[in-house]
Design a protein around this ligand. Structure first.
Ligand code: AMP
Ligand code: GLY
Length: 419
């Protein structure tokens, strides 16, 4: 099979790394890809949002499958366009990707179908929103409705903070059109768990659990980032909790989307908080998470092509999906300054040592390759991942591997996997 993956980050590298192990794959492409991805797939200079360009390329190469990994092209309808052109595409259609692309939609869905989540109100004008936050219970959480690179969520401890959050999102348009509407939510407490799940709209099969680290610095200090590291499995997500989530969240969500006439095929990422009142949904994503994918897919035993194929063909219920009994830790090496301003183009050294060793993988997020050398090319540069029999040993391995990798001003958290 000839398969194209859309995107250019560590998540896409992990997906391609896993696809490459399938005996059914004859050729892999990635649009646009990155330096590390170019070692296992042919990188195609087509932008991830260029729907016409992707459809044209897929036709030209007579591709057997296109995997749309990032949120933006999913929300823009890339899967719809590919399907309309007769190309087998993996990912939700636009009308289902809205579960991530609009928080107002997802909150209304959960309310309508009794799926546990924080209490909320939604607003489309700033004046009404401000009147509301003046009397609402603190702390509260203000969220931009649309896609905002994971940064559109503001936790407010005082009324002043809440008013300024509403102002910055709705009036100053900090997140552009994503902030035309907002959700104001009750603040919840408890440990967080990410559960990614395969679904073909009929069955839903959760993957092994994982935990992300969103803040830039150790001990959850500093600004929110796209994710500075992850580990799998979560220590707090028991079998009993998984059964409860299946019953109260996972199956009801897939059913709700069907009842709304928006059948969901692809990956649903359930961002969960294990509150004193039971597990509740923090957010849905309509795709694999980044960097969660980098710790989940290395633990997958089953051929990923077989799973994608079964989902597209709506036969997920007929296959067995199995996981390795191990643990994985991924530490993101970022450019100095990230998530704010940073410099690109520094040479990366020390990656050769990793290539030859077992159970350690350097997934590339923001790199480019020139004359056989790698250079930094983004905020998150590498996601170094180790698998081992337990988290502690995976941590040791990953930090040992990182100590050999160098680029100027590299920054990474030292506490991934401890919490
Ligand atoms: P989200 O993008 O909606 O997952 O939000 C980003 C982060 O904000 C989450 O991972 C939580 O740590 C935090 N968060 C979001 N909503 C709430 C809430 N209702 N209560 C407490 N924390 C929240
Ligand atoms: N790591 C969080 C996300 O992918 O949205």
């Amino acid at each position: 099979m000839k398969i194209l993956v859309i995107g250019s980050g560590g998540r896409e590298h992990a997906i391609l790394w896993k696809l490459k192990q399938s005996p059914r794959v004859t050729k892999l492409y990635c649009a646009p890809g990155n330096g590390g991805i170019s070692e296992i797939a042919e990188c195609v200079p087509v932008n991830a949002m260029d729907i016409d360009g992707i459809v044209r390329f897929s036709r030209e190469k007579d591709l057997d499958m296109v995997v749309v990994a990032p949120d933006d092209p999913l929300a823009a309808g890339m899967v719809d366009a590919l399907e309309n052109a007769g190309i087998r595409a993996f990912g939700p259609r636009k009308n289902a990707a809205v579960i991530e692309a609009s928080k107002v939609f997802s909150k209304d869905l959960m309310k309508k179908y009794n799926i546990p989540s924080a209490a909320y109100e939604s607003f489309s004008d700033s004046k009404t929103a401000m009147e509301y936050v003046k009397i609402a219970k603190l702390p509260l959480v203000v969220k931009a409705d649309g896609l905002a690179l994971g940064k559109g969520v503001l936790i407010c401890n005082t009324t002043e903070e809440a008013l300024s959050a509403v102002k910055s999102i709705m009036e100053d348009k900090k997140f552009g059109a994503a902030g035309q509407r907002i959700v104001v939510e009750e603040f919840m407490t408890g440990p967080e768990v990410s559960v990614l799940a395969f679904t073909d709209g009929k069955s839903v099969v959760p993957m092994v659990s994982s935990q992300d680290h969103k803040r830039a610095f150790d001990n959850d200090q500093g600004l929110n980032t796209g994710g500075m590291g992850a580990f799998s499995p979560s220590r707090v997500y028991t079998k009993e909790l998984q059964e409860e989530c299946m019953r109260t969240i996972f199956v009801p969500t897939v059913n709700a989307m069907n009842l709304e006439g928006r059948p969901f095929k692809g990956i649903i990422y359930f961002g969960l908080m294990l509150t004193p009142d039971g597990p509740k949904v923090l957010e849905y994503n309509a795709r694999f998470g980044d960097p969660e994918t980098q710790v989940v897919l290395p633990r997958l035993e089953t051929d990923l092509v077989e799973i994608f194929d079964a989902i597209i063909g709506e036969k997920l219920g007929t296959i067995d999906i199995s996981w390795k009994q191990n643990c994985a830790v991924c530490v993101v090496m970022a450019s100095g300054g990230y998530p704010e301003g940073y410099v690109k183009g520094y040479k990366i050294t020390g990656l050769e040592a990793i290539k030859s060793s077992n159970n350690i993988i350097a997934f590339h997020a923001g790199t480019k390759k020139e004359n056989e050398e790698y250079y930094t090319n983004g905020g998150r540069v590498l996601g170094v991942t180790a698998v081992a029999e337990d988290i502690e040993n995976a941590r040791k391995k990953v930090y040992n591997a990182i100590s050999a990798i160098y680029f100027k001003d590299a920054h990474y958290r030292k506490d991934i996997g401890i919490k």
